[in-house]
Design a protein. Structure first.
Length: 291
Protein backbone atom coordinates (compact mmCIF):
# COMPACT_ATOMS: atom_id res chain seq x y z
CA UNK A 1 0.00 0.00 0.00
CA UNK A 2 2.74 2.43 0.89
CA UNK A 3 5.24 1.61 -1.85
CA UNK A 4 3.33 0.26 -4.82
CA UNK A 5 -0.25 1.54 -4.73
CA UNK A 6 -1.56 4.30 -2.45
CA UNK A 7 1.74 5.87 -1.45
CA UNK A 8 2.84 7.25 1.92
CA UNK A 9 0.10 9.90 1.93
CA UNK A 10 -2.51 7.45 0.67
CA UNK A 11 -5.06 8.13 3.40
CA UNK A 12 -5.08 4.66 4.92
CA UNK A 13 -4.95 3.73 8.59
CA UNK A 14 -3.25 0.99 10.56
CA UNK A 15 -6.65 -0.73 10.75
CA UNK A 16 -6.74 -0.80 6.94
CA UNK A 17 -3.32 -2.44 6.91
CA UNK A 18 -4.48 -5.11 9.34
CA UNK A 19 -7.62 -5.85 7.35
CA UNK A 20 -5.69 -6.07 4.08
CA UNK A 21 -3.43 -8.63 5.74
CA UNK A 22 -6.48 -10.60 6.86
CA UNK A 23 -7.89 -10.53 3.31
CA UNK A 24 -4.73 -12.15 2.01
CA UNK A 25 -4.54 -14.91 4.58
CA UNK A 26 -4.42 -18.27 2.84
CA UNK A 27 -2.45 -16.93 -0.15
CA UNK A 28 0.67 -19.08 -0.04
CA UNK A 29 3.10 -21.18 -2.08
CA UNK A 30 2.87 -24.91 -2.59
CA UNK A 31 6.14 -26.89 -2.38
CA UNK A 32 8.33 -23.74 -2.32
CA UNK A 33 11.62 -25.67 -2.38
CA UNK A 34 10.71 -28.19 -5.09
CA UNK A 35 8.22 -26.81 -7.59
CA UNK A 36 6.93 -23.48 -6.24
CA UNK A 37 3.42 -22.56 -7.36
CA UNK A 38 0.79 -20.20 -6.01
CA UNK A 39 -1.73 -21.96 -3.80
CA UNK A 40 -4.74 -20.72 -1.85
CA UNK A 41 -5.29 -22.63 1.37
CA UNK A 42 -8.82 -21.94 2.57
CA UNK A 43 -8.03 -23.47 5.96
CA UNK A 44 -5.64 -20.59 6.69
CA UNK A 45 -8.01 -17.88 5.54
CA UNK A 46 -9.67 -15.39 7.88
CA UNK A 47 -13.35 -15.59 6.89
CA UNK A 48 -14.49 -12.60 8.92
CA UNK A 49 -15.83 -9.42 7.29
CA UNK A 50 -13.07 -6.87 6.66
CA UNK A 51 -13.27 -3.10 6.14
CA UNK A 52 -10.64 -1.55 3.85
CA UNK A 53 -10.72 2.17 3.02
CA UNK A 54 -14.38 2.28 3.93
CA UNK A 55 -15.33 -0.73 1.81
CA UNK A 56 -16.76 -3.81 3.48
CA UNK A 57 -15.26 -7.04 2.14
CA UNK A 58 -17.00 -10.35 2.57
CA UNK A 59 -16.60 -11.94 -0.85
CA UNK A 60 -15.25 -15.08 0.76
CA UNK A 61 -12.05 -17.05 0.38
CA UNK A 62 -9.54 -15.98 -2.24
CA UNK A 63 -11.97 -13.36 -3.59
CA UNK A 64 -11.35 -11.24 -0.47
CA UNK A 65 -7.79 -10.55 -1.61
CA UNK A 66 -8.87 -9.97 -5.20
CA UNK A 67 -11.40 -7.39 -4.04
CA UNK A 68 -8.66 -5.61 -2.08
CA UNK A 69 -6.57 -5.42 -5.25
CA UNK A 70 -9.51 -3.90 -7.14
CA UNK A 71 -10.07 -1.30 -4.40
CA UNK A 72 -6.41 -0.29 -4.33
CA UNK A 73 -6.05 -0.20 -8.13
CA UNK A 74 -9.03 2.13 -8.55
CA UNK A 75 -8.18 4.52 -5.73
CA UNK A 76 -7.21 8.09 -6.82
CA UNK A 77 -4.20 7.97 -4.49
CA UNK A 78 -2.86 4.99 -6.44
CA UNK A 79 -3.38 6.79 -9.74
CA UNK A 80 -1.42 9.80 -8.48
CA UNK A 81 1.34 7.78 -6.79
CA UNK A 82 2.04 5.57 -9.81
CA UNK A 83 1.86 8.53 -12.19
CA UNK A 84 4.36 10.41 -10.03
CA UNK A 85 6.74 7.43 -9.99
CA UNK A 86 6.57 7.12 -13.78
CA UNK A 87 7.11 10.85 -14.34
CA UNK A 88 10.01 10.86 -11.91
CA UNK A 89 11.60 7.98 -13.81
CA UNK A 90 11.27 9.52 -17.26
CA UNK A 91 10.94 13.32 -16.89
CA UNK A 92 12.71 14.75 -13.85
CA UNK A 93 13.47 14.11 -10.20
CA UNK A 94 10.75 16.59 -9.29
CA UNK A 95 8.15 16.23 -12.07
CA UNK A 96 5.65 19.08 -12.67
CA UNK A 97 2.46 18.65 -10.63
CA UNK A 98 0.24 19.50 -13.62
CA UNK A 99 1.78 16.65 -15.64
CA UNK A 100 1.32 14.15 -12.81
CA UNK A 101 -2.30 15.24 -12.38
CA UNK A 102 -3.05 14.68 -16.09
CA UNK A 103 -1.39 11.27 -16.00
CA UNK A 104 -3.39 10.34 -12.90
CA UNK A 105 -6.59 11.41 -14.64
CA UNK A 106 -5.76 9.13 -17.56
CA UNK A 107 -4.99 6.30 -15.14
CA UNK A 108 -8.47 6.60 -13.61
CA UNK A 109 -10.26 7.01 -16.95
CA UNK A 110 -8.62 3.94 -18.47
CA UNK A 111 -8.85 1.69 -15.42
CA UNK A 112 -5.09 1.76 -14.87
CA UNK A 113 -3.90 1.34 -18.47
CA UNK A 114 -0.18 2.12 -18.11
CA UNK A 115 0.25 2.38 -21.88
CA UNK A 116 -2.26 5.24 -21.99
CA UNK A 117 -0.63 6.89 -18.97
CA UNK A 118 2.71 6.81 -20.79
CA UNK A 119 1.02 8.21 -23.91
CA UNK A 120 -0.26 11.16 -21.85
CA UNK A 121 3.24 11.75 -20.48
CA UNK A 122 5.13 11.45 -23.76
CA UNK A 123 2.78 13.77 -25.64
CA UNK A 124 2.82 16.41 -22.94
CA UNK A 125 4.69 19.73 -23.34
CA UNK A 126 6.51 19.07 -20.05
CA UNK A 127 8.10 15.89 -21.42
CA UNK A 128 9.64 17.82 -24.33
CA UNK A 129 10.49 21.02 -22.46
CA UNK A 130 14.04 22.34 -22.19
CA UNK A 131 13.75 22.09 -18.40
CA UNK A 132 13.33 18.31 -18.67
CA UNK A 133 16.02 17.69 -21.30
CA UNK A 134 18.84 15.57 -19.89
CA UNK A 135 17.95 16.29 -16.28
CA UNK A 136 18.06 12.62 -15.27
CA UNK A 137 21.38 11.17 -14.12
CA UNK A 138 22.28 7.67 -15.30
CA UNK A 139 22.44 5.03 -12.62
CA UNK A 140 25.76 3.15 -12.39
CA UNK A 141 24.20 0.27 -14.34
CA UNK A 142 22.98 2.61 -17.08
CA UNK A 143 26.38 4.30 -17.25
CA UNK A 144 28.32 1.05 -17.58
CA UNK A 145 25.98 -0.32 -20.24
CA UNK A 146 25.71 2.89 -22.26
CA UNK A 147 29.48 3.52 -22.19
CA UNK A 148 30.24 -0.04 -23.26
CA UNK A 149 27.79 0.26 -26.14
CA UNK A 150 28.94 3.76 -27.14
CA UNK A 151 32.55 2.68 -27.68
CA UNK A 152 31.56 -0.59 -29.37
CA UNK A 153 33.48 -2.70 -26.86
CA UNK A 154 33.86 -6.43 -27.46
CA UNK A 155 32.92 -8.00 -24.14
CA UNK A 156 34.25 -11.44 -23.28
CA UNK A 157 33.75 -11.41 -19.50
CA UNK A 158 30.60 -9.47 -18.58
CA UNK A 159 31.09 -10.17 -14.87
CA UNK A 160 33.96 -7.69 -14.76
CA UNK A 161 31.58 -4.98 -15.96
CA UNK A 162 29.19 -6.03 -13.20
CA UNK A 163 32.00 -5.52 -10.69
CA UNK A 164 32.43 -1.96 -11.92
CA UNK A 165 28.70 -1.38 -11.53
CA UNK A 166 29.10 -2.50 -7.92
CA UNK A 167 32.10 -0.25 -7.41
CA UNK A 168 30.28 2.80 -8.71
CA UNK A 169 27.50 2.15 -6.22
CA UNK A 170 24.78 -0.13 -7.60
CA UNK A 171 25.35 -3.81 -6.79
CA UNK A 172 23.02 -5.71 -9.09
CA UNK A 173 20.08 -7.44 -7.40
CA UNK A 174 21.40 -6.47 -3.97
CA UNK A 175 19.20 -3.53 -3.03
CA UNK A 176 17.92 -4.26 0.46
CA UNK A 177 15.04 -1.74 0.81
CA UNK A 178 11.82 -2.84 -0.95
CA UNK A 179 11.70 0.53 -2.69
CA UNK A 180 14.53 -0.54 -5.01
CA UNK A 181 17.37 1.73 -6.12
CA UNK A 182 16.67 5.44 -6.18
CA UNK A 183 15.55 7.29 -9.31
CA UNK A 184 16.96 10.59 -8.05
CA UNK A 185 20.33 12.14 -8.80
CA UNK A 186 21.29 12.79 -5.19
CA UNK A 187 21.64 9.04 -4.64
CA UNK A 188 24.29 8.75 -7.36
CA UNK A 189 26.10 12.09 -7.46
CA UNK A 190 28.83 12.52 -4.90
CA UNK A 191 32.59 12.98 -5.05
CA UNK A 192 33.50 9.31 -4.65
CA UNK A 193 30.93 8.10 -7.17
CA UNK A 194 31.96 10.68 -9.79
CA UNK A 195 35.61 9.69 -9.38
CA UNK A 196 34.71 6.03 -9.87
CA UNK A 197 32.67 6.90 -12.96
CA UNK A 198 35.67 8.68 -14.46
CA UNK A 199 38.02 5.84 -13.53
CA UNK A 200 35.69 3.33 -15.18
CA UNK A 201 35.44 5.42 -18.35
CA UNK A 202 39.20 5.73 -18.73
CA UNK A 203 39.79 2.06 -17.87
CA UNK A 204 37.27 1.08 -20.55
CA UNK A 205 38.61 3.23 -23.38
CA UNK A 206 42.29 2.54 -22.62
CA UNK A 207 41.70 -1.25 -22.54
CA UNK A 208 42.70 -1.54 -18.92
CA UNK A 209 39.39 -3.20 -18.15
CA UNK A 210 39.87 -6.94 -18.50
CA UNK A 211 37.13 -8.70 -20.38
CA UNK A 212 36.28 -5.77 -22.68
CA UNK A 213 38.28 -4.56 -25.69
CA UNK A 214 37.83 -1.22 -27.45
CA UNK A 215 39.19 -0.44 -30.93
CA UNK A 216 40.01 3.27 -31.10
CA UNK A 217 40.54 3.18 -34.86
CA UNK A 218 37.01 1.91 -35.33
CA UNK A 219 35.67 4.50 -32.93
CA UNK A 220 37.57 7.63 -33.99
CA UNK A 221 39.08 6.78 -37.38
CA UNK A 222 42.22 5.02 -38.54
CA UNK A 223 44.48 8.05 -38.88
CA UNK A 224 46.98 8.51 -36.09
CA UNK A 225 45.95 11.87 -34.71
CA UNK A 226 48.61 14.42 -33.88
CA UNK A 227 46.15 17.16 -32.92
CA UNK A 228 44.51 16.60 -29.53
CA UNK A 229 41.83 19.22 -30.24
CA UNK A 230 40.79 17.43 -33.42
CA UNK A 231 40.73 14.15 -31.53
CA UNK A 232 38.52 15.71 -28.87
CA UNK A 233 36.14 16.91 -31.58
CA UNK A 234 35.94 13.40 -33.03
CA UNK A 235 35.28 11.86 -29.62
CA UNK A 236 32.56 14.39 -28.82
CA UNK A 237 30.89 13.69 -32.15
CA UNK A 238 31.15 9.92 -31.81
CA UNK A 239 30.09 9.62 -28.16
CA UNK A 240 27.82 12.63 -27.62
CA UNK A 241 26.50 13.40 -31.07
CA UNK A 242 28.40 16.68 -30.92
CA UNK A 243 26.40 17.94 -27.93
CA UNK A 244 28.84 19.38 -25.42
CA UNK A 245 28.46 22.55 -23.37
CA UNK A 246 31.04 25.28 -23.75
CA UNK A 247 31.95 24.97 -20.08
CA UNK A 248 32.64 21.24 -20.38
CA UNK A 249 34.61 21.75 -23.59
CA UNK A 250 36.84 24.33 -21.94
CA UNK A 251 37.42 21.99 -19.00
CA UNK A 252 38.38 19.12 -21.30
CA UNK A 253 40.63 21.28 -23.45
CA UNK A 254 42.64 22.21 -20.37
CA UNK A 255 43.44 18.52 -19.94
CA UNK A 256 44.77 18.10 -23.49
CA UNK A 257 48.30 19.23 -22.56
CA UNK A 258 48.58 16.51 -19.94
CA UNK A 259 51.61 14.23 -20.52
CA UNK A 260 49.31 11.21 -20.42
CA UNK A 261 47.54 12.59 -23.49
CA UNK A 262 50.51 14.07 -25.38
CA UNK A 263 52.84 11.09 -25.38
CA UNK A 264 56.13 12.68 -26.34
CA UNK A 265 59.25 14.15 -24.76
CA UNK A 266 59.54 17.89 -24.39
CA UNK A 267 61.96 18.28 -27.30
CA UNK A 268 59.97 16.04 -29.64
CA UNK A 269 58.20 18.20 -32.26
CA UNK A 270 55.73 15.38 -33.08
CA UNK A 271 53.14 14.58 -30.48
CA UNK A 272 51.34 11.23 -30.41
CA UNK A 273 47.86 11.81 -29.06
CA UNK A 274 46.43 9.29 -26.62
CA UNK A 275 42.99 9.17 -28.24
CA UNK A 276 41.79 6.52 -25.81
CA UNK A 277 42.40 8.81 -22.84
CA UNK A 278 40.53 11.64 -24.54
CA UNK A 279 37.60 9.33 -25.26
CA UNK A 280 37.60 8.31 -21.60
CA UNK A 281 37.43 11.95 -20.51
CA UNK A 282 34.44 12.49 -22.80
CA UNK A 283 32.67 9.47 -21.29
CA UNK A 284 33.33 10.96 -17.87
CA UNK A 285 31.86 14.33 -18.84
CA UNK A 286 28.64 15.63 -17.24
CA UNK A 287 26.86 15.31 -20.59
CA UNK A 288 27.49 11.57 -20.83
CA UNK A 289 26.41 11.08 -17.22
CA UNK A 290 22.91 12.19 -18.15
CA UNK A 291 20.23 10.20 -19.93
Amino acid sequence: MELHTLGVEGGYSQEDVINVAKAFTGWTIEQPRRDPKFFFDDRLHDHSTKTVLGHQIHAGGMKDGEEVLDILARDPHTAHHISFEIAQRFVSDDPPAALVDRMAETFLKTDGDIREVLHTMIYSPEFWSKNAYRTKIKTPFELVVSATRAVGAEVDVPFLLVQWTNRIGQPLYQCEPPTGYSNKADAWVNTGALLNRMNFSIALTTNRLRGAQVNMETLLGDRAATDPHATLDRAVQALLGGQLSQQTRETLEKQLADPQILQASLDDPIKQVNAAMIAGLVLGSPEFQRR
